[in-house]
Design a protein around this ligand. Structure first.
Ligand code: SF4
Ligand code: SF4
Length: 141
């Protein structure tokens, strides 16, 4: 697996209404969770985006804008970019079930010709709960 030069993290717009995204960035900085395979000693740029809200269609426009600017203002090409679906999109977690439009989002990313991977911050606690129960449980109100 070649090390990407640029990582785009796609995050859930609804979740980002209350989440700063710190744990995504922190996992990247420390090369943990979904970023654990990337070397610490190579420069990798990072961009975070939200899907724009259900059904996530704005992702296409945002990625189009990003790729145009990337081609014009950097020496990085699209094959050197990897998109990571944030854990709040691709996994059940504290914030709710995984995105109901996940397959659609993957299709949009693929239509823009980008490679993608799953996960950003992956908490041990959440992984244990998913492994033990097969699903997340939320507190009853
Ligand atoms: S994965 Fe976690 S830190 Fe990243 S945007 Fe989603 S809720 Fe926030
Ligand atoms: S489309 Fe999915 S990722 Fe985007 S806001 Fe809706 S639930 Fe969140």
């Amino acid at each position: 697996m070649a090390t990407p030069k640029y990582i785009v993290v796609l995050q859930c717009h609804i979740v980002k209404e209350r989440c700063s995204g710190f744990f995504c960035e922190n996992a990247f900085w420390n090369r943990q969770g979904g970023f654990a395979d990337y070397p610490q000693d190579q420069p990798i740029r990072l961009l975070t985006l939200t899907c724009g809200g259900c059904c996530g269609r704005a992702t296409l426009r945002k990625l189009s804008h990003f790729l145009k600017r990337l081609r014009k203002h950097s020496d990085i090409s699209p094959p050197e970019v990897v998109l990571h679906f944030a854990s709040c999109i691709c996994k059940e977690n504290f914030h709710g079930p995984k995105c109901p439009h996940y397959d659609y989002l993957k299709e949009l990313v693929e239509r823009k010709g980008l490679a993608w991977r799953e996960g950003t911050r992956i908490s041990d606690h959440a992984e244990n709960r998913r492994d033990e129960l097969g699903h997340w449980t939320w507190k009853k109100e």
